[in-house]
Write a protein that binds this ligand. Structure first.
Ligand code: SF4
Ligand code: SF4
Length: 62
């Protein structure tokens, strides 16, 4: 199964992936609320909504 990966050199923590993922793969880091993390990669259903919606093209699902 493919899993999403965030390129933190590109990510601007806009939260779009967090809002758009239908299965709540993403979450805010508990220690750093500005950071978005791939909290539940195994839940990913490979819809690629996050990949296509990220304004920074920071997400790869593969
Ligand atoms: S949509 Fe892209 S830029 Fe925005 S928080 Fe997610 S990975 Fe970062
Ligand atoms: S590909 Fe779809 S299910 Fe997987 S993390 Fe992105 S939005 Fe969520």
């Amino acid at each position: 199964m493919a899993k999403p990966v965030i390129d933190y050199k590109k990510c601007i923590s806009c939260g779009t992936c967090l809002q758009i993922c239908p299965v709540e793969v993403y979450a805010r880091d508990e220690k750093d609320q500005k950071k978005i993390i791939v909290k539940k990669p195994d839940a990913c259903v490979e819809c690629r909504a996050c990949e296509t919606s990220c304004p920074q093209e920071a997400i790869k699902v593969n």
